[in-house]
Design a protein around this ligand. Structure first.
Ligand code: SAM
Length: 328
């Protein structure tokens, strides 16, 4: 069926995320040589936004790299260039996320990498990848364009179009057709996506993973505490930029975001808000480097903002004990 105005508004948020990431990359906060291809025109974000983007990137990269390294440590023979090695990463609502390219460039590619978003977004992403050699050259050699340009299929990287609200009926069959293997260790990632899904739909995704994938971990980065004054202001800001946005679903507390996974059968779950993550998980040398990039004097505002985002990390009983959220 045709996308509603609300769906268009949700899709528009992928540009916002990419613009912030490009701003942080251009100013030297994060190393992402790929995000620029997806952003036109670039915009410079405020220092506190760039600092937040840095923390978000730091947490996600940490989890992915640890996952990839744990897999490499357990697999014996080096895999053939286009043969799938162990492990899978699934990015829900991937937008213009560049993690696949960053991991490939670092030699940390996992067995299979899946990205899921609405067809409108995956079509733009696929077209951009094909227009830029630095992106295209990192695709597996057997990559094929499918579904009128809205999907990419290959032995190791798949860009899949669909609606996350139809996870079991639409997305799971496409994952399986593209080589998703329920017996592989799998890391799911969701960055600023669940807020747009009615909890009934995100619960369906979470439940499918617990039922189907024995060795699973999930990292979410989502807005929390929508009910206090600052939280309400943030939600209003989101809406002001995308007038059609409605039904935003942020978890009320830090505890509730991790508790959600425990009550739905996951083995362990931890959450940390971004303010704490900044204070406890970014080392002194890195913080000194950030201070040299841009002067940040709105510390109170940064802390307030950062208290309204959280990483939640949950895993099944069989999953490798990733510790990204517990270096504490
Ligand atoms: N994760 C990316 C990042 O951090 O850059 C994109 C974040 S963007 C704020 C939210 C993304 O979720 C958009 O690309 C949007 O299209 C996608 N999304 C939201 N609801 C979705 C749904 N029901 N089905 C598929 N994708 C969805």
């Amino acid at each position: 069926g045709g996308a509603s105005n609300a769906d268009h508004a949700v899709q528009g948020t992928s540009n916002d995320a990419a613009v912030s990431r490009e701003s942080a990359a251009r100013l030297g906060y994060i190393e992402d040589p790929f995000i620029g291809y997806f952003v036109r025109p670039p915009q410079r974000r405020a220092p506190l936004i760039n600092r937040g983007t840095f923390c978000r990137f730091h947490g996600v990269q940490n989890a992915m790299c640890q996952f990839a390294q744990a897999l490499n440590a357990t697999s014996s023979a080096p895999s053939l260039p286009d043969a799938a090695g162990p492990g899978q990463i699934v990015v829900l609502g991937a937008g213009f996320d560049t993690s696949y390219f960053i991991l490939e460039r670092e030699g940390l590619g996992v067995g299979r990498f899946f990205e899921i978003d609405f067809a409108e977004i995956t079509a733009k992403k696929a077209a951009t990848i094909y227009r830029h050699q630095p992106l295209k050259s990192l695709l597996p050699k057997d990559t094929k364009v499918a579904l009128g340009g809205s999907e990419l299929h290959s032995s190791r990287y798949s860009l899949i179009s669909g609606d996350l609200r139809e996870f079991r009926s639409q997305i799971v069959p496409k994952l399986v057709e593209n080589g998703f293997d329920c017996s592989q260790p799998t890391l799911f990632l969701s960055e600023c996506v669940l807020i747009y899904l009615d909890p009934q739909y995100s619960d369906e995704i979470i439940d499918w993973v617990t039922e189907a994938v024995a060795n699973a971990a999930i990292l979410t980065y989502e807005q929390i505490r929508p009910d206090d004054r600052f939280g309400q202001m943030m939600i209003e800001n989101l809406r002001a930029r995308q007038l059609e946005l409605r039904g935003l679903h942020a978890h009320p507390t830090l505890e509730s975001t991790s508790h959600r996974f425990l009550t739905r059968g996951w083995h362990a779950s931890t959450a940390i808000d971004l303010a704490d993550y900044h204070d406890r998980c970014i080392d002194d040398a890195e913080r000194a480097r950030l201070a040299s990039l841009e002067f940040l004097d709105e510390w109170e505002e940064f802390t307030l903002l950062a208290q309204h985002y959280a990483f939640t990390f949950a895993h099944s009983k069989d999953a490798e004990p990733f510790s990204m959220l517990n270096p504490l």
